[in-house]
Design a protein around this ligand. Structure first.
Ligand code: ATP
Ligand code: MG
Length: 238
């Protein structure tokens, strides 16, 4: 059996003395969309940070068979991972367009880069209106749109998205997920998405995991996760 694109095995992560992840096993297949759910403080953000080498981690994180644990974040990113952190995460002193071009740091196909920038301006018209404005002066929601677009400008193999819908109006969120779906389909981009809107995320993802106090307590196909009674009560509210 071939190994999935991303494989976490027995991952423990700590901030100082405090252990936050307690043996997480999780995988994302080539071209697969996976959602990671869980209550506030469960360790979702830390899971993404452990993949990127941004927190002290024990255990194994492999990308395409290559061990990532212990490697510097910069090196990990160069293996084809884009990480869009929770909340902000843009260069405030650069303009919107400069942020998007920086996102394409690893590409030389000028035409393709321009086409991708236009695509994101279509998805997020607010960004087009503000293309010459400094990112730091924009609202939280606008910066969130820019951070997501910038992350995808690199055309990563694996996209890590932390609460992409946070601070976005519902209609913008729906447009964003439609676009993520199109990118996944067209470019086979694998995605691991942390999302508070469980219903929306499960309608898009193939599989899901639920994290509780640093351990995976439920995993399965999106339908299985959606159908789980505890899950429904805790996150879907019915
Ligand atoms: N830099 C840090 N230093 C110390 N403890 C931290 C740090 N970041 C997070 N924690 C703690 O680690 C635990 C997991 O945090 P994490 O941010 O991964 O949770 P989360 O599932 O992303 O939560 P949320 O839904 O609120 O974003 C929490 O108890 C949090 O207080
Ligand atoms: Mg978080």
């Amino acid at each position: 059996m071939t190994e999935p694109l991303l494989q976490l095995s027995g991952v423990h992560a700590s901030y100082g003395q405090v252990e936050v992840l307690r043996g997480v096993d999780l995988s994302v297949g080539e071209g697969e969309v996976v959602v990671l759910l869980g209550a506030n403080g469960a360790g979702k953000t830390t899971t993404l940070r452990s993949i990127c080498g941004m927190v002290g981690t024990r255990g194994s994180v492999r990308l395409g068979g290559t061990e990532l644990t212990g490697k510097p974040t910069e090196w990990i990113v160069r293996q084809g991972i884009s990480h869009v952190p929770q909340g902000r995460g843009v260069f405030g002193v650069l303009s919107v367009e400069e942020n998007l071009r920086v996102g394409a740091w690893n590409r030389k196909d000028t035409k393709g880069i321009d086409a991708d920038i236009d695509r994101w301006y279509d998805v997020f018209p607010r960004l087009a209106e503000r293309r010459t404005q400094l990112a730091g002066g924009m609202s939280g929601g606008e910066q969130q749109m820019l951070a997501i677009a910038r992350g995808l400008m690199a055309r990563p193999r694996l996209l890590l998205l932390d609460e992409p819908s946070l601070g976005l109006a519902q209609i913008i969120t729906r447009g964003l997920f439609a676009q993520l779906e199109a990118i996944n389909r067209e470019q086979s981009t694998s995605m691991l998405i942390v999302e508070q809107n469980a219903e929306l995320a499960l309608s898009f993802a193939a599989r899901g995991y639920v994290l509780e106090s640093g351990s995976i307590v439920l995993s399965g196909s999106a339908d299985e996760v959606r159908g789980n009674e505890d899950m429904r009560r805790a996150y879907l509210g019915y």
